[in-house]
Design a protein. Structure first.
Length: 146
């Protein structure tokens, strides 16, 4: 197991260096936690490197759940005017919240819940969607346990 941990640490360090190099080439600083996302490019393992709310993340090409979450949050939780474009309007939207929304989209789809996961008109509706999926998951676990 320690060997696997070392390999994962090496890959993460490599991704960090890659992200820093992308930003250096663009002459940009590391994005703050007030910026929803900055797409950097593809790493050596065919994952897209994205900085989400100041934290480096890697996304597989098949992860449409995260792409949808970022699109919706960009539309609803970020300023759209040119001088603040992509900056978050809400303190409640952070790295963990983005992943929570992404995971809710995934669970909703994979478990056939068919709760609408996009087209929201407010951040409150996204939060209600997350709660609905989490509640459905919890209820299904209760039923499964008998």
């Amino acid at each position: 197991m320690p060997e696997k941990t070392n390999i994962l640490n090496t890959i993460e360090a490599e991704r960090q260096r890659c992200a820093e190099q992308y930003l250096r080439l663009r002459n940009e600083p590391w994005p703050s936690d007030k910026q929803l996302s900055v797409r950097l490019g593809i790493d050596g393992y065919n994952f897209e490197l994205i900085i989400i709310c100041g934290k480096l993340t890697h996304i597989a090409d098949y992860d449409w759940y995260m792409r949808l979450a970022l699109e919706e949050l960009d539309r609803l939780a970020c300023y759209q005017n040119e001088d603040r474009y992509g900056q978050l309007k809400f303190k409640s939207v952070n790295h963990d919240f983005v992943w929570q929304y992404r995971n809710a989209i995934r669970e909703n789809y994979n478990h056939g819940r068919n709760i609408p996961s996009s087209g929201f008109r407010s951040l409150r509706q996204i939060k209600m969607f997350i709660q609905a999926v989490e509640m459905a998951e919890e209820l299904s676990m209760v039923v499964a346990m008998g």
